[in-house]
Design a protein around this ligand. Sequence first.
Ligand code: GLN
Length: 206
Amino acid sequence: MSVTPVVGVLALQGDVAEHLAALEHAGAKARPVRRPGELAEVDGLVLPGGESTTMSRLLDVFELLEPLRERIAGGMPAYGSCAGMILLARQVLDGRPDQRQLDGLDVVVRRNAFGRQVDSFEGVLGFTGVGELPAVFIRAPWVEKAGDGVEILARIPDTPDAGEAADRIVAVRQGPVLATAFHPELTGDERVHRLFVGMVRAAAGT
Ligand code: GLN
């Protein structure tokens, strides 16, 4: 692999352009991925925010579901934000019965977990290894349950108005797979993308 890692963004639906831009700023060569041949050429993959049920259906239509499962099982670094986190999880609560999972993370996520009243909000989170981070949540999931091998990187702060959301897990890592319930690609703060590009470099041994 060249010194600059090639990182794909799954480009079936969702906020693809924002991730491509953030990855370029973070030092990667960024490419949209729509076909199995394009997936085969990347060193790592971002699964963007959008609508997990739609992306799940399009993964089937574009014949990407099995190739993507295989690459993730084979250790390709992957980063999912919001809908991408849902796709990477082993199980989803409040999903659609026909929604497919990539099984890259040993977590159970709850879709649209923050409810209708507060379905979009911004805040500042402590993110392990990164520091304080602005975070934008849009009809976001949270991690309801995480397996022993999963590192918890961020939680919703336990403030008086956090209610049911207090302390909920919103960023995790398991080996080469990273996921956030929020959207760092929308804030202009590239530290999460830098973390992921570093993971891709490490996996490729450069
Ligand atoms: N609620 C969406 C879903 O279920 C995720 C929202 C997002 O990615 N901003 O996929």
